[in-house]
Design a protein around this ligand. Structure first.
Ligand SMILES: [Zn+2]
Length: 142
């Protein structure tokens, strides 16, 4: 039976604890810390949207509605059902945050240290002291 409990309700937490106790504990902590049930189940950000998971592999009685912010939804959508992600940004700061969120969402995520251009040097310039490009790894610009 499909469980359409409202995210962060007592019924939703009870169902999630049976299905994924780690995620339930994490979401309880997030909601309590935020002092609101209107926050993202994964990171506590707002605004959020409720999404319903559909498909043949839904476990009976597992909650199917999840409350996610745009970032967490985007990570989940980008994964497209794949379980492994490799994330790269300019300096590695945003991609490590994204990798942490992807991991919380159930993916196996890796961050590329230093990002594409690395940190800034003493002059405030990137691309000179680290990063994918500086290390001579393959890349192509469109
Ligand atoms: Zn989020």
């Amino acid at each position: 039976m499909v469980n359409r409990a409202i995210p962060h309700s007592d019924a939703w937490f009870a169902a999630l604890e049976k299905f994924n106790p780690t995620q339930a504990a994490h979401s309880r902590y997030i909601v309590k810390a935020a002092g609101s049930t209107s926050v993202c189940s994964v990171c506590g950000d707002t605004p959020t949207t409720d999404f319903e998971v559909v498909g043949p592999s839904i476990e009976p009685d597992a909650p199917v509605i999840f409350r996610l912010c745009d970032d967490c939804y985007g990570i989940r959508a980008a994964a497209g059902g794949r379980k492994k992600l490799v994330l790269l940004c300019r300096s590695g700061v945003r991609s490590i945050a994204a990798a942490k969120r992807a991991t919380e969402l159930g993916a196996e995520a890796y961050n590329i240290l230093e990002g594409f251009e690395g940190n800034t040097d003493d002059q405030g310039h990137r691309g000179l002291i680290g990063g994918w490009r500086k290390r001579g790894l393959p890349w192509k610009q469109n």
